[in-house]
Each structure stands twice: as C-alpha cells, then as structure tokens.
Design a protein around this ligand. Structure first.
Ligand code: M6R
Length: 611
C-alpha cells in the first residue's frame, strides 16, 4: 500500500530518493517523507509533508542539510492513524538516532506499545510503524542488523522496512515479510525499493527479498540472513523493465496510456502462445500440470476488484467451453469462510500486482487444503507468482494507473487461453479451438478500431457528467463487463454507479430510474441480445437515457438508445475484451471532465497489501 525507497552509495541520495518516490507514488499518496544522513554532520535529517510527493519536494527544495549518501523515503497510504504529518514516515526512535520506513501492518502493535511505554519510550504518532522503530531502538546494543532481527522476531503482521541509524553511518538494513521489497545492486551502491520501477534507472541487477529475509547493506558489501541470523543466498536476476514502459510518453495520464496500449499489450500476451495451425494453445507455464488440469473436477477463481471481474468472465468461459464446473469468489471471503476443497480442485488466483493480501491469503488457504494453485499474474516474480504451483503471466507490461485497464484485458485474454488449453485437452476439436484462437488473435486490431473513436466517446460521456447515479447493465459474458464499467466510473470520477445483470434490474433497482438517468447497456450481438433489447425498452419507458455498446452494423439499436458506441463483431466468449474498452474511456473522460486526478484517485492505492 505504501511505497518505500532507500539508498546507500557514493552519490547524493536526495534526487535518487525523490525520483524513486515519484515512481512509487501510485502505491499511496496521502503523505510523503524522507530522511538523509547529512554528509557534513553525520546527523539524520528528516522531513515529511501531507499530500503528494510534490509537496515534499517543495519542502526540501534547496535544503543543504539533506545532502548525503545514505537515506530512506516513503510515500504513504494511511492505515493506522490519520493523514497527518505526525503519522507520515519516516518514524524516529527516541534514543539512538534511528529512522524507519515501513509498508505493511504490525498487528500486535498495541501490546508492544504498552510494553515500550512501560520502558519509558515516548510516542509522537498513532502509527503501528513508530512502535517498530521504538522496538528496534529498545533492542539496539550497537548492532543495527541484530536489533532489527530481534525486533522482527517479536512482531506479527506484514512489513517491508528500511532502517538507518546515526551511530552506523555506513549501514542500511532492510527486511521483508508479506510486503514486497527489492534490492538493486549498482557499482558501489544499492537502491532498495518496493518495486523495480524505482530501481531500473540505476541498475538492472536486482533480487527480491523472500519473507523473513533481512539484508544488511554497506557501501561495499551486502549480506542476507533471516530473522534468526541464518545466512541466506539471494537470487540475483536481471530486471526486464524498459524505462519507457514506466514513463508517460506524451500521454496526459498513465490510465489513458494504458488504455491505448491495449492492442500492443494483448499482442504480447498471446505472442507465441497460439498455434492456430495445430489448433492448440501453448502455455509453457502449465505444461508440467497438463494431466492434472485435464482431470480437474472443479476450478475456483479467486481475486479482488477488477481482477475478480476478469475471473468471472473466466468462469463463464471455463464452464461453457471446457465443461469444468467453476466458481468465482472474492479472495477476502474465500479465505475466512472454511471453503470445501475436494480432491481435484484447482484454484486460480488472478492478480495484476501479485501482491494483493487477500488474494495471497486465499491462495495459501487453498494450497493448505490440497488444491493445485495456479496464478494469472502480471508482475513477474511477485509474491503470488512465486507462491503458486504454476501459472500464466499476462505480459502486458507495468500498469501504473491505479484504475486497472490493460491488466483486465490481459487477464481475460490469459483466462481465454487457459480455457482453450483445457477445452482442447478435454473435448474441443482442433478446428473449434483454431477458430477461437483466430478470433483472439484479431482482438488487438479490433480494439484499435474502438480506440479510434475515443473523441466521439469523450463527447458522449460529457453529456452525462453532471449525473450522480449511473447504471451499467449486461448479461451473460458481459454481466462482469457491466460490473467493471461501474467500478471504473466510481473509482476515478466519484460518480455513484451500479453494475448488474440486466434482468436483475426489474427486481428492485428499476425504482432508481428517473428522467435522464444514464443507463449503459452492453448490448452486443449474442445469445441474449433480444432479452437485452427488452431491458432497454424498460429503462426508456421510465425516462432513463440509454447509452448502448453495440455490435457494428446493428441499426435496430440506434432506434432505441440515445447514444450508441459500436464495437467490432467478435465471438461472444471474448466479447468483453472489446465491450470494456468504451467503458474504460467513458470513465477516463468523465473523471477528466470533473477535474479529478485520474492516476491518483482519492483514498485508493494501486495494490492492496493489507487486509
Ligand atoms: O493487483 P490486483 O489485480 O490483485 O488488484 C486487485 C484490485 O485491487 C484491483 O483490481 C482494483 O480493483 C483495480 N485497481 C481497480 O481498477
């Protein structure tokens, strides 16, 4: 939820940390802070600001005391304690001149705080993080690494932390459990960050910490252990992120860039995986489990938010095309509800970040009960990706905009390929499989045709932006698309929107419809087209304004709906890959027209690494 970055080396740390904070700001933007060991005095200088990283940058402008080659910085998504400067990180101890930054939650902080108060420590914030800083301080006897290990043996919860101390000016100690952390290895310097985006400008050699790893970095050495001081050998790898992928590149927002990147992203997603001539899907990640998958008796797809909507489409496809019973469930519910996992159950965790706490916990629960665990993940090497038995990476490139767009279409594409992989092994003919693969292969060009209408979609959206309540309605494969359209609008434009199966409207929500209320219908040609037409009539006759997403060439709908956005024809199971694109654009243009910060919607953060 928060972004952390730390530096030790020979260069001035401030610009490196500031740049890192800007890259990590999508992870949280309630407040930001930095601590640097001042080069001339050896004193720790700390400052914090409520609001965006830009506020901190302004505060630190021209401050000579923030010159030094060792430092830590943090951008916060508030959990414990309000959005105030006192609660912003870094947090200092009250004895040894040490500071700490933290991403995660210390669950037993209350008991520890009482203990530390009894020991005479004085707290200045309401955070769980300050408790950890004080605990390290309490245990400090001249060896920072050992004090950190000792403190981490006492805490429960999740953490990625970086700690520095005035008494050890050549030492940076970092550690992780549950929250992501990477160490970038440069020439005589190290950059540590929550993700590779803050590292890649400095080095491409890096390793991700595993749970309970503690890394001690000096300007000339690196040593890794666990919290019991047992040595650990890190697996250094080459970062494969291209800097251009994490830059705006001329777009006004990452969300818009990522919407427009979808044709390219989906080409990368299917590249080398569709053997149309042979009528088979090639998924290297699943090959070793092909037999088990063929025999599977039930598939449970679990995720949160947008990823859950993609999973719902996956469920429809798996049952419809591969004929395997499938279900979807919020990971946050699954993990606590004592789920029944029979023999032959496969669980698929769907997640862009691969770090969502609930999805990770659901996956652990399912594995614990004997399920084969698969991942449909974007971030390579992320925690969920590492904790699954096998999986399929999305390959859509880094997604920075908080509102998920290309990851959603990547997830649906990956789930389509998994479905075909399974269906082909069970019952589908090579020809049928090849037909669907051909359709999948053409999706990027078809999305481009929708993107070419962006200006028209913006004009349609602008007609409705004063309305505070919207409905999104769809059926079958496009019921989850309706949910996704509503979520997109809510999260960035702050307009209240509800998504539902079009037929459900009559069972209550139709009472909401009043003169001019926008109702977005996903009304592409498909099995339930006529039923959707009836639902449109029901809304029209009560004064609602219908915006229809329809199939090119459908003239009938133009007589029913006030506005129509056409998408190319495509096989119904993969139609959400097209129908969602106008909804993404509508949400984007509504948010811009209402003057919101699209990439940093209020109260949100990109990945939810706390419960
Ligand atoms: O990283 P994940 O895909 O696991 O994230 C799950 C949700 O938090 C995420 O899809 C969220 O709903 C979207 N950012 C909304 O656009």
């Amino acid at each position: 939820m928060c972004g952390i970055v730390a530096y030790i080396g020979h260069r001035n740390a401030k610009p490196i940390l500031m740049e890192g904070l800007k890259r990590l700001e999508y992870r949280g933007y309630d407040s930001a802070g930095m601590a640097i060991l001042e080069g001339t005095t050896g004193r720790l200088r700390t400052d914090r600001a409520v609001g965006r990283v830009a506020m901190l940058e302004e505060k630190l402008e021209g401050r000579q005391e923030f010159e030094g080659t060792l430092g830590v910085a943090h951008t916060r998504w508030a959990t414990h304690g309000g959005v105030t400067e006192a609660n912003a990180h870094p947090h200092r101890d009250d004895r040894h001149g040490l500071v700490l930054i933290h991403n995660g939650i210390i669950e037993n902080y209350a008991a520890l705080k009482t203990y530390l108060q009894e020991k005479g420590h004085r707290f200045t914030s309401e955070t769980d993080t300050e408790v950890l800083a004080m605990l390290i301080s309490e245990l400090y006897e001249g060896d920072l690494e050992s004090a950190v290990q000792g403190a981490l043996r006492e805490v429960t919860g999740a953490y990625a932390i970086a700690v520095i101390c005035e008494k050890e000016p050549d030492t940076l100690v970092v550690a992780r459990k549950g929250s992501p952390l990477m160490v970038g290895i440069g020439q005589g310097e190290y950059v540590v960050a929550s993700d590779a985006s803050a590292i890649v400008a400095h080095t491409t050699q890096a390793f991700a910490l595993d749970d309970y790893n503690v890394v001690k970095l000096t300007r000339s050495s690196l040593s890794t252990s666990d919290i019991h001081n047992t040595p650990v050998t890190p697996k250094v790898t080459q970062l494969e992120i291209d800097l251009q992928e994490i830059e705006l590149g001329g777009y006004t927002h990452f969300m818009l860039k990522e919407i427009f990147e979808q044709p390219k992203a989906l080409r990368a997603c299917v590249s080398g995986r569709l053997d149309i001539r042979e009528g088979r899907v090639v998924l290297g990640g699943l090959a070793a489990y092909a037999k088990e998958l063929t025999k599977t008796r039930r598939i449970v797809l679990t995720a949160q938010g947008t990823a859950l909507h993609a999973a719902m489409i996956g469920r429809y496809m798996i049952e419809d095309l591969a004929k395997v019973p499938a279900q979807t469930e919020y990971a946050s519910e699954f993990r606590y509800r004592n789920p029944v996992i029979e023999e032959g159950t496969v669980v698929i965790a769907v997640s862009q970040s691969g770090e969502t706490a609930d999805t990770l916990a659901a996956l652990h629960e399912a594995r614990e009960r004997g399920a084969l665990a698969l991942g449909v993940i974007n971030v390579v090497g992320s925690t969920i990706a590492r904790d699954t038995d096998a999986g399929v990476y999305l390959r859509v490139g880094p997604e920075i905009g908080v509102a998920s767009t290309k990851a959603f279409t990547g997830q649906v594409t990956a789930l389509s390929m998994i479905t075909l992989f399974l269906a082909r092994k069970r019952l589908m003919s090579a020809d049928q499989c090849a037909d669907l693969m051909r359709e999948l292969d053409q999706v990027p060009d078809k999305i481009q045709r929708i993107l070419d209408q962006a200006q028209r979609i913006a004009r349609i959206t602008e007609r409705y932006i004063e309305r505070e309540n919207w409905l999104f309605l769809g059926r079958g494969y496009n019921y989850p698309t309706a949910l996704e359209g509503a979520l997109k609008l809510k999260e960035i434009s702050y307009i209240h929107a509800e998504g539902m199966p079009a037929a459900e409207m009559k069972h209550g929500p139709i009472a909401l419809i009043n003169e001019g209320m926008p109702a977005v219908f996903i009304a592409n040609r498909g099995r339930q087209y006529d039923k959707v037409m009836s639902n449109i009539q029901e809304v029209r006759s009560r004064g609602g304004h219908v915006i229809a997403v329809a199939t090119e060439g459908d003239e009938q709908i133009a007589r029913l709906a006030q506005d129509v956005i056409y998408v190319p024809d495509v096989a119904e199971p993969i139609s959400p890959l097209l129908t969602v694109v106008p909804l993404q654009l509508m949400a984007y243009y509504a948010a811009v027209a209402r003057g919101h910060d699209v990439d940093k919607p209020r109260n949100l953060a990109k990945s939810v690494t706390v419960e």
